[in-house]
Design a protein around this ligand. Structure first.
Ligand code: TXA
Ligand code: MG
Length: 365
């Protein structure tokens, strides 16, 4: 574990780690979204080692990270000027930042990075350590989130160490990731552009920048067949060890009320219950018998919810709860990404507070 101060990255350390990347080693590093597990994106063997370390199926493509716009042509085979005008609009507005664009794949990027797809996900991160590392390596860096496959994404170096510490040589500790959930993924190879994963850059902001609507179907991936079209957007992702019960409904406050009564019911049966809790409800969850509370902030501050969501899931697992309970968030702004992560973390099952009959079914599943 190598500590590096994000405000003043130590150039000697960064150069050494950049050289390690270029030599084919794996380096876990902070980004503003979550920590990534990086390798030289042009080195097929180094990229293969990422899949081995994570136990990730090789059908799940990686995002390629660049330090500046000039590296776009190496990754996509096209300069920014050669790509559609809409790409330039988004790049100008949102890079560096938590937006991944799916673009044509250039010849320098081996098959293994993109799981054989002719497209590639590209992102120019905002985090100073991430950019310094890519610049020092001198090559684009392929990096998935630095967790074991299917597990909760890491937002601290300690999370990375817990999942991969015995498998990778280097972990940069640059402090907690600010955004806390992954980048937004937008497919720019289709018209209209399609949102594949909601994330740090908001759908509303993207539509405003493009001046056109973007295609998005919430929770569209429900089967293995459907997953083949958007590889990696799997159900049962981000999962904690504990069972996760997510209550949903049109009336957001009612979903949280239901979460409180569920905690009480489970606690009475002797279960070790943890809660992803709005700050205003923490006291009530405790009174209801929760043994561990992961605070998310307030419901109207979705930035704080996103920032604390994955860390909260890990903290509740560390408290060895058997069940985690959570309520709903509005499907707007960052709420879209928060809902997506909770849904997948719960294995694609939510409990509807609007329709009690369906809820019993969901809980059996
Ligand atoms: O914020 C992030 O995006 C983080 C940090 C480290 O940059 N990375 C990340 O990577 O979340 P990962 O591998 O955990 O998730 C990336 C997802 C893949 O699961 C895959 O579904 C999608 O991006 N993806 C990558 N390339 C794609 C492509 N060419 N077409 C469609 N989806 C793609
Ligand atoms: Mg991931």
């Amino acid at each position: 574990m190598i500590p590096i101060d994000a405000a003043h990255p130590d150039q000697t350390r960064i150069s050494k780690l950049g050289a390690a990347i270029l030599a084919g080693a794996l380096v876990a590093f902070p980004t503003e979204t979550v920590y990534g597990l990086g390798a030289d994106a042009t080195n097929a063997d180094a990229v293969a080692a990422i899949f081995t370390a994570k136990e990730r199926p090789n059908t799940d493509p990686l995002i390629v990270h660049i330090a500046d716009i000039s590296q776009l042509s190496l990754v996509t085979g096209h300069t920014l000027a050669e790509l559609p005008e809409n790409v330039a609009k988004l790049v100008t507005r949102f890079w560096p930042g938590p937006l991944t664009l799916v673009l044509p794949r250039g010849p320098a990027i081996p098959n293994g990075v993109t799981a054989g797809l002719t497209t590639v996900g590209v992102r120019l991160p905002a985090h100073p350590i991430a950019r310094a590392l890519i610049a020092a390596a001198g090559v684009p860096i392929a990096a998935p989130s630095a967790n074991r496959f299917g597990h909760t994404s890491p937002t601290t170096a300690a999370h990375v160490f817990a999942d991969l510490g015995d498998r990778i040589p280097w972990i940069i500790d640059g402090g907690p990731s600010q955004v806390g959930i992954e980048s937004t993924i937008l497919d720019m190879t289709v018209t209209p552009p399609r949102l594949l994963r909601p994330g740090g850059v908001l759908l509303e902001e993207i539509e405003a920048a493009l001046g056109m609507p973007v295609a998005y179907q919430e929770r569209s991936v429900t089967s293995a067949a459907a997953t083949a079209q958007a590889p990696g957007l799997l159900l049962s992702h981000y999962a904690p060890r504990a069972r996760l019960l997510v209550f949903e409904g049109a009336d957001i406050a009612a979903t949280w009320e239901r979460a409180v009564s569920e905690v009480a019911a489970l606690a009475v049966r002797g279960e070790r219950v943890g809660v992803l809790s709005l700050d205003t409800l923490a006291g009530r969850f405790r009174t209801a018998g929760a043994i561990a509370i992961a605070p998310l902030g307030t419901g109207d501050n979705t930035a704080s919810v996103a920032h604390q969501l994955f860390a909260g899931l890990r903290a509740l697992d560390d408290a060895e709860v058997s069940t985690i309970v959570c309520g709903a968030f509005d499907p707007m702004g960052l709420g879209l990404a928060i809902r997506d992560r909770l849904w997948r973390a719960a294995g694609g099952v939510v409990i509807s507070v609007d329709a009690p009959a369906a809820s019993d079914e969901a809980r059996e599943a």
